[in-house]
Design a protein. Structure first.
Lengths: 508, 154
């Protein structure tokens, strides 16, 4: 493995990949910092531009956008109390309180250092865990893979949706849309209604941009009358308030390590995502803190906990994708699509079929942290200025990039129609509480399910009990049941807590 | 807007579509023999859709029949929807116009229209951005990506 990592570094230390990382970091921080634009939106818009470059450059650039975009979300959270990403909600509480106290520099520094430490630790875990874990998952045959995929659908559907039926319905709709076009197994055309244009199914990129990106533009248009908030870094006359000293960083290093561990673990589980990681790590840090009263009122430790955890998810969310072909969250689903477009099929075989490429991507992932540190430190003012641009400069450009991106995929105007239809559908899904990210995961994983199911049926023939002969089958059934039940209990508890709060407010 | 009513209507529609998938054999054409029929997985998914859609519809119907007021996520706030319809109109016009007048001609108008919709009134920077951005995308796509965006064909 060590040789592979060294080899990976030798591949990534070239002009093309380095420029890709720098561009990715700049785009990621800028997009992440703009309220209303998230990392996932940035990746979806940039994705078509990477089709025509080497996978090492393209994928590394997308991963740089991802990492920097998650960090960028904390800039607007700290400066104007508007999280650029949902995971930065807790950072906004403590960070903005520090900004109001004239300590924006301290909050931004803490956020950057914690983000990078969390990301680096999670990336190291990814590198050390992914390849050995893939050796175990290689032992899985089609039957085990079917149960594994069913487990993934269940977990993602139950954990990520607004309610369990809505999450699972989102997943089923994604699965149904994935079955439009020619069946990869029988060659039959399904749900095409005589339209030859539908034989190839729905083009992935326009659908992705439509479902995940454009509804955010709709949201901005709806809020177009709300006043624009100018971002500004407040400076304190006391230099110590404008930066983090080594002593301060050392005092929260334990919290960063613990939160990074929580973020890495949560990220490796499908369906939970960076917001959950940030909330768990923040609660744990508050519980064990010597100054729990400061949390929510400008705690540097609070920023460290939330940021290190939500950034640690970046690296570890790739573990299930690279070892089991299961994207853990919406960004991982998008990245899985990018891997597939670049001819790399995520899964255990990737470590054997594309060893050089995957280790070069890992090296790039590590290197991104260093570039993120340097670029973010050097360009705080630039990013704040870019993120302060008025929405009528940003969103016309987003519209045109989305159009060009959708067209680039197949150089076909029909793809623009797909973009428009899925934009409306994506927004409609949000309105009725269906989860677009779960829809995309259902869409991506269904061909794998169908292929493995076909092979599994061929293996068992008419002896269907053989489906349950492997212990893996029972393990995944038990895990699925466990996740459904625990999700139901969690939701019931949350609902009861809300009802109690409402009753208390009414009584008051 | 009461989301529960939309839930009931949407669930009914999904159930009808799923029943069609379950009962209609004409939705699939051709294909080779296989252990797994081409319609096996679509029908399993359609059955699951019926179950989940029915669950959502029943939950919504229950609260509607109790006469309970919609709370939290059950209320869809429709403020600003007119802007969305205008935006969709702009995008459809863009899609229809580009094959004829080309990307470079259509895009500045679309960018200006979206900027106006978002309340932009600083004409000089808006017009400048609307001209420079499509030029960069057009020549960037052509030179670096080898993607040829549509040109004037009238």
């Amino acid at each position: 493995m060590f040789d592979n990592i060294i080899n990976g570094f030798s591949q990534i230390l070239a002009v093309g990949p380095i420029l890709g990382i720098i561009l990715g970091v700049v785009i990621g921080i800028t997009f992440g910092a703009i309220p209303g634009i998230s990392a996932i939106m940035a990746i979806a818009i940039i994705l078509p531009m990477t089709f025509y470059v080497d996978p090492i450059i393209g994928i590394t650039m997308l991963l740089a956008v991802y990492k920097s975009g998650i960090y960028g979300g904390s800039i607007s959270a700290i400066l104007i109390n508007t999280p650029g990403a949902a995971a930065s909600f807790l950072t906004a509480q403590d960070g903005h309180a520090l900004t109001k106290a004239g300590k924006a520099g301290k909050a931004l520094d803490m956020s950057l250092f914690a983000s990078i430490t969390g990301e680096m630790l999670a990336t190291l875990v990814l590198i050390l865990v992914a390849a050995p874990f893939s050796l175990i998952s290689l032992q899985a045959g089609p039957i085990e893979k079917v149960f594994l995929l069913l487990f993934a659908f269940t977990v993602i559907g139950t954990m990520a949706g607004e309610s369990i039926p809505r999450g699972l319905l989102s997943c089923c709709l994604g699965m149904l849309f994935a079955m439009v076009g020619m069946s990869s197994i029988t060659g039959a055309s399904r749900f095409t209604f005589g339209y030859t244009e539908l034989m190839g199914g729905f083009t992935f990129t326009p659908m992705l941009i439509g479902i995940l990106v454009m509804p955010e533009v709709f949201n901005v248009i709806r809020r177009r009358r709300t006043p624009h908030h100018e971002m500004m870094i407040t400076h304190s006359p006391n230099p110590a308030d404008n930066r983090i000293s080594f002593k301060e960083f050392r005092s929260v290093f334990g919290t960063i390590l613990k939160s990074s561990g929580i973020g890495t673990f949560v990220g490796a589980l499908p369906g939970l995502g960076s917001s959950t990681a940030a909330f768990i790590a923040y609660s744990e840090a508050k519980r064990t803190s010597k100054k729990p009263d400061e949390y929510g009122k400008g705690s540097v430790e609070g920023i460290a906990a939330a940021e290190s955890a939500n950034n640690a998810v970046c690296g570890s969310s790739l573990i299930p994708m690279l070892t089991l072909s299961i994207p853990g969250d919406d960004v991982a689903a998008l990245l899985m699509g990018a891997f597939l477009i670049h001819g790399l099929t995520p899964g255990p075989m990737i470590f054997f079929e594309h060893t050089e490429t995957i280790y070069a991507i890992f090296a790039g992932f590590l290197l991104t942290d260093l570039f993120l540190l340097g670029i973010a430190r050097a360009g705080f003012k630039f990013f704040v200025k870019m993120a302060s641009l008025r929405r009528y400069y940003i969103f016309p450009c987003v519209t045109v990039f989305a159009f060009a991106g959708a067209f680039t995929a197949g150089q076909n105007m029909n793809d623009i129609l797909i973009l428009i239809l899925f934009t409306i559908m994506g927004y409609g899904m949000r309105l009725v509480g269906l989860n677009p990210a779960v829809f995309i995961i259902g869409f991506i994983l269904t061909p794998f399910l169908e292929q493995n199911l076909d092979q599994a049926v061929a293996i068992v023939g008419t002896e269907y009990h053989l489906f349950f002969a492997s212990p893996f089958s029972w393990v995944f059934i038990a895990l699925s049941a466990f996740f459904v039940i625990s999700s139901m209990r969690m939701r019931r508890k949350a609902k009861a807590a809300t009802l109690i709060t409402l009753a208390k407010r009414k009584a008051a | 807007m009461d989301r529960r009513k939309i839930d009931v209507a949407l669930s009914t529609l999904l159930i009808i579509l799923s029943v069609i998938i379950l009962t209609n054999d004409n939705l699939v054409e051709g294909g080779a023999e296989s252990d797994l029929s081409s319609m096996f997985l679509p029908r399993v998914v359609a059955s699951l859709i019926i179950i989940f859609a029915a669950t959502i519809a029943i939950q919504s119907l229950k609260t509607l029949s109790q006469g309970a007021q919609p709370e939290g996520s059950e209320v869809i706030i429709t403020n600003g929807f007119s802007g969305i319809f205008v935006y969709i109109g702009i995008f459809i016009a863009y899609w229809l116009a580009v094959p004829y007048i080309g990307f470079l001609v259509a895009t500045p108008f679309v960018m200006i229209a979206v900027a106006i919709l978002l309340g932009g009134r600083n004409w000089v920077p808006i017009v400048a951005t609307s001209i420079v951005t499509p030029l960069l995308i057009y020549y960037g796509s052509r030179e670096f990506l080898r993607v040829f965006l549509p040109t004037w064909s009238l």
